[in-house]
Design a protein around this ligand. Structure first.
Ligand SMILES: Nc1ncnc2c1ncn2[C@@H]1O[C@H](COP(=O)(O)OP(=O)(O)OP(=O)(O)O)[C@@H](O)[C@H]1O
Ligand SMILES: [Mg+2]
Length: 236
């Protein structure tokens, strides 16, 4: 899909393949994926277990490199696209810090830190001062409806609240792009719908781009576009 505002896709994947060696055997996780992600869309990629969803998300986020094909990322429409496969680990890490937020199924919150400390942590690691990081964390928690839970530890929060803390943390550095892997995998359907409504708001009201990979059919009504992965190939 062309980007309606700028005519420049945010991600452009062409013939992307990803294979893994496992023992003597080769596993083809992605078998030739062509995909354009438009700026500002909420794109949903569905598909059965093992179809390559997480692998695709990791490629978009520069956590893995394609074994064939081309994956380009253009966070700045005025600048040339970045060939993700050509970046070294340090360049990819810097790109992630500047432009990407990740939300994982298992939250990955640190159990001994409060909600606010969890959200502030990536900012502190990035060298931002404690007071500014704390203020940003509280702003992000308020944005996901958790201002009143800032001082709670993860095990004092419900599953849905924990996932919202994880989203607040992914938003801490104000990234234009959010990549979400099964963000409602451990939630009941009402809590899941709240998460998808929140992700939708991040696109519609804030202009962020959100890519969600999930099994959860409850996500469908919130998406601008739904694609399906099967055996490492994308279909509408
Ligand atoms: N690091 C790895 N080493 C070997 N094989 C891998 C690796 N990562 C993924 N695979 C294989 O690649 C295929 C796609 O995996 P992937 O994790 O992308 O699937 P998925 O669609 O996210 O599945 P799920 O819905 O269960 O999370 C699977 O067959 C998996 O076993
Ligand atoms: Mg997965």
């Amino acid at each position: 899909m062309a980007d309606s505002a700028t005519g420049v896709a945010l991600f452009e994947l062409r013939g992307v393949e990803r294979q893994f060696g496992r023992g003597g055997e080769v596993v083809v996780a992605l078998a030739g994926v062509d995909l354009d992600v438009a700026r500002g869309e909420l794109l949903l990629v569905m598909g059965p277990s093992g179809s390559g969803k997480s692998t695709l998300l990791h490629l978009l986020g520069g956590l893995e490199r394609p074994t064939a094909g081309c994956a380009r990322f253009r966070p700045d429409p005025a600048a040339p696209p970045i060939d993700l496969a050509a970046q070294d680990d340090e360049a990819l890490a810097a790109l992630r810090r500047r432009t990407l937020g990740f939300v994982f199924q298992e939250f990955h919150l640190l159990a001994t830190l409060t909600a606010a400390e969890n959200v502030a942590l990536p900012l502190l690691l990035d060298g931002i001062g404690e007071r500014a990081a704390r203020a940003a964390a509280e702003r992000r928690l308020a944005q996901v409806g958790l201002a009143a839970r800032a001082g709670h530890l993860p095990d004092q929060l419900s599953g849905g609240e924990r996932q919202r803390v994880a989203i607040a943390r992914a938003l801490a550095a104000d990234p234009p792009v959010l990549l979400c892997d099964e963000p409602t995998g451990s939630l009941d359907s009402a809590r899941g719908q709240e998460i998808f409504a929140l992700l939708q708001r991040l696109t519609r009201a804030e202009g962020r781009t959100v890519v969600v990979v999930t099994h959860d059919p409850a996500a469908r009504p919130f998406a601008d576009r739904v694609l399906t992965l099967r055996d490492g190939r994308l279909a509408p």
